[in-house]
Design a protein around this ligand. Sequence first.
Ligand code: AMP
Length: 290
Amino acid sequence: MEVIHTVAWMKQVSRQARTENRILGFVPTMGALHEGHFSLVRAARQQCSPVVVSIFVNPKQFGPSEDFQKYPRTFEADRAALEKLGVDYLFAPPPEEMYPRGFRTAVLIEGLSDRLEGHSRPGHFRGVATVVLKLFEIVQPRIAYFGRKDAQQVRIIEQMAVDLDLDARVVACPIVRASDGLALSSRNVYLKGPDRQAATVLYRALEAVRREIAAGQRDAAQLMVALRKVLQTEPGVALDYAEIVDAETLEPVMTLRRTCYFLLAAFVGRTRLIDNALIEQDGESFKVSL
Ligand code: AMP
């Protein structure tokens, strides 16, 4: 595996792959890698060669009071793990390489960016879309892999790819969870002592929703009641938002239809976690993927 730190060299490598008509697969990350990231890498390895992974803790997607400074950074371990997984190139640019002095451009995906996560974290998706478009320009992927754990993010990137006629195909991969259901996240290292156990309540609440849906419930308000009932059993957990939305528009729905997401964000102590369920219509019934 070759580690690349400059935009110019990364572009050179991707240009070469394109000339050779190879299918370049790309997995953008912020490092502190875990099995969630590795699942994306494995998916890329199955379909693409070469595989490029980027590690870049993007300052533009963190709010002023967020955890940019203390975001976990484990470069050496990440590098070793990616090498073992058979990744071809690790692109790890320093911030000044991505945002040289005088950088001014931003990407805005109207309507999808300011709701839900975007409402709680103003400017977050502006930062995400900007860096992902830049990375796509540099890496020139044929296929880019994202986790459904960040469902709104995937939806926004998909829309950006359509609107801007990007060549990259965006693939969404399932959520990887710990054995107790907690969705893997680089931020889980913040969960100390009893918070780690309390954090499983997000999964347990979504499981309760899944049971309600299996029992025939289709009403969003009633499903919300089922979710809150479980969340309330953990007093240290404070809900930020919970919404059932259409998977395409991300607008709230009153009753389940077609494909929806049940999206939620909650504070466990001081750690903010997100999770979601994908709800897909299948004839008369609905399939719920956690
Ligand atoms: P991050 O490093 O947090 O920016 O995440 C990089 C990519 O990994 C994003 O596409 C995430 O959605 C994805 N990802 C993070 N956690 C998980 C998980 N538990 N399961 C699946 N994908 C994940």
